[in-house]
Design a protein around this ligand. Structure first.
Ligand code: ATP
Ligand code: MG
Length: 358
């Protein structure tokens, strides 16, 4: 792959179901912007989907296609960005093994997102050996591309911190980068890996329609990009808005800040004046309750989804998606084989040349 001066980007999704509006605000919107100016690689983390659904390979395969279809519908452009499958890129898996030696076991297990996932997904006493390993795998997803920027939601920030630690340690052990070198200087000091930064979207953690947890594919609290206006309205109608969001200092007024619905107001109603007015009227109880707010938010979300649903129709054929993936995988293999070679050379692991083609 020819080196360019553009910054490289890596991010992606686990194929655990269709994409939702949380993905849009947390990561995909940024991907659509950044694909114009950066070298973008968007991954379908199909191996990571096996951490919780190893018994459902066919479902995972189907979700891989759906996730790509959804991302294309949201505006990811396959002419500008490479979309690829994790399992077609062997360098990622090889780097995962190597990086697992650079991270203390207890450090991996302390990751707050990992702990939270084990809890909310009900896996606390019964998770596979591979479940915590996926966080190490994610460091390899990113570093295999020597990515500089990673557009993600807030929940991914601890994973990014782990990635930054691996990159620093690798560069120190195998490339002679001094211990206290500033992050931005690692590459110019001879490090194989740049120290990547998280690029968190405007809304880093959109709350789900349960009003409690992060909107999440696998928690059934999502508004999907394929939802019809009727479905959006129904889901929003059920959103839990909190038991009592009265202001402590003024029991007559309600506090929009404590009402999860107002995150949707801020996120999906475009006009700042309308948002301010709704907030004000709601706080004063001026002839406006949750119902009115929900209907307005539902309208705005459906307006956002309509062009996505139109665009999605262009990608109905699975063969078209597979062709896009094939091309994306080729580019991803080229980029990561180059990184792997550099990493192996640095770590005295390179013995022979190899070529991989698909
Ligand atoms: P799962 O439940 O399987 O973990 P998920 O809904 O969390 O699914 P991921 O594939 O793990 O989706 O995440 C893809 C990207 O979307 C990540 O960058 C993640 O941070 C972001 N993201 C996911 N959910 C939200 C959300 N509710 N708000 C903001 N960003 C989100
Ligand atoms: Mg997730």
């Amino acid at each position: 792959m020819p080196e360019t001066s553009r910054r490289r980007v890596l991010t992606g999704d686990t194929p655990t179901g269709s994409l939702h509006i949380g993905h849009w605000v947390g990561s995909v919107k940024r991907r659509v912007e950044i694909q114009e100016t950066h070298d973008c690689f968007f991954l379908v983390a199909n191996l990571h989907a096996f951490t919780t659904r190893a018994d459902k390979p066919e479902e995972i395969r189907r979700d891989c296609i759906e996730v790509v279809r959804d991302a294309l519908a949201m505006g990811v452009d396959p002419e500008k960005a490479s979309i690829f499958l994790q399992t077609e890129v062997p360098a990622i898996l090889e780097l995962t093994y190597l990086f697992s030696m650079l991270l203390p076991y207890n450090r991996v297990m302390r990751n707050p997102t990992l702990k939270d996932e084990l809890k909310v997904k009900g896996l606390e006493d019964n998770y596979s050996f591979g479940f915590p390993l996926y966080t190490v795998g994610q460091t390899a997803d990113i570093l295999a591309f020597r990515a500089h920027d990673v557009p993600v939601g807030e929940d991914q920030v601890p994973h990014l911190e782990l990635t930054r630690e691996v990159a620093r340690r690798f560069n120190k052990y195998y490339c002679g980068v001094p211990d206290k070198a500033p992050d931005e200087e690692h590459e110019s000091l001879g490090g194989v890996f740049p120290i990547p930064v998280a690029d968190v979207g405007k809304v880093g953690r959109l709350i789900g329609t349960d009003g409690i947890n992060k909107m999440s594919k696998s928690l059934g609290n999502s508004i999907l990009i394929t939802d019809t206006p009727k479905q959006v309205k129904k889901k929003l109608g059920k959103i839990y808005v909190g038991v009592d969001n009265r202001q402590p200092n003024d029991p007559g007024e309600v506090d929009p800040e404590k009402n999860p619905l107002f995150q949707y107001v801020e996120t999906f109603i475009e006009s700042p004046d309308e948002v301010a007015e709704l907030r004000d009227r709601y706080a004063r109880g001026d002839n406006i309750g949750d119902g009115v707010v929900k209907v307005r938010v539902a309208e705005c979300i459906s307006e956002l989804l309509e062009p996505m649903q139109d665009r999605r129709k262009q990608y109905e054929s699975d063969d078209v998606i597979l062709d896009i993936l094939h091309e994306g995988c080729r580019k991803a293999i080229a980029a990561t084989e180059q990184t792997l070679e550099m990493a192996k050379e640095a770590a005295s692991l390179k013995f022979f040349d190899r070529t991989i083609s698909i």
